[in-house]
Write a protein that binds this ligand. Structure first.
Ligand SMILES: [Fe+2]
Length: 246
């Protein structure tokens, strides 16, 4: 029977691991399940290769739908996922780690689904209350991605994608190597894409302008190692940005 857990009890869903304190859940045997997982019980059969390809495409479509709200040039999320891979491949050839980086970068802003248009699309500076709402999106995204089996490291990238190397980012104010490497690489690429893309409030600037800004923020907003990787991959990134603008 469904019941509501006291917010003071530390209870997690036995299937996805999400915290369910204060939420509706169901006890099966000695295990609690959240409402979402209950709908899937008994566990689904292992996905086939065809299912996996469909899930991957579905996730891309979902991020394209999110991009439609905020990014006029489209494909922002897929672009930053692919471009972050270029930097990540300089650090490792481990396919499992690269997989986590790709999914974390692709889904980085999934938590913005909970940010109202009046805040997300506001042209003027956000006020204090609006910033409080905006600052929640990494944690909301982390909560969503963490519930997907096998994407826990990707979820950590999502949680940390607005942090800055010098500790001035949000939501946790992490600094240096406290920030997962994937998120440090992603931060450089996200800025590259933001500067070289048209927005409703301003036109895209050149790759050279983005390069200058990224280099000037090494050790402040960005990990110097990530900036080094960016400079080492400059030729291929420049080509990919040209393709987008072409
Ligand atoms: Fe974000």
């Amino acid at each position: 029977m469904a019941q509501k857990i006291s917010p003071h009890e530390d209870i997690h869903c036995g299937y996805c691991g999400a915290e369910i304190s204060g939420k509706l859940c169901v006890l099966r045997g000695k295990t609690y399940f959240c409402e979402s997982c209950l709908l899937e019980l008994p566990p689904l059969a292992a996905p086939t290769a065809e299912d996996s390809a469909l899930y991957a495409r579905f996730a891309e479509v979902l991020t394209q739908a999110l991009d439609l709200r905020e990014h006029e040039t489209g494909l922002h999320s897929k672009r930053v996922a692919c471009h972050t891979q270029i930097l990540a491949r300089r650090m490792t050839a481990d396919p499992a780690w690269l997989h986590q980086i790709y999914w974390g970068a692709l889904l980085h802003d999934i938590g913005k689904v909970g940010v109202p248009d009046a805040i997300l699309l506001k042209q003027d500076a956000l006020d204090g209350d609006e910033w409080d709402v905006m600052r929640r999106h990494p944690e909301d995204g982390h909560h969503l991605v963490r519930s997907l089996a096998g994407l826990h490291e990707a979820a950590e990238l999502v949680f940390a994608h607005e942090e800055r190397f010098d500790g001035s980012g949000y939501p946790r104010g992490l600094c240096g190597e406290e920030i997962p490497l994937g998120a440090r690489l992603f931060a450089v690429i996200d800025t590259l894409d933001a500067i070289t893309s048209d927005r409703s409030c301003r036109k895209a600037r050149s790759f050279a302008a983005a390069r200058e800004e990224i280099v000037s923020m090494a050790g402040k907003q960005f990990d110097p190692l990530a900036v080094e990787a960016f400079l080492a991959e400059e030729a291929s990134l420049r080509e990919m940005v040209a393709l987008k603008c072409g």
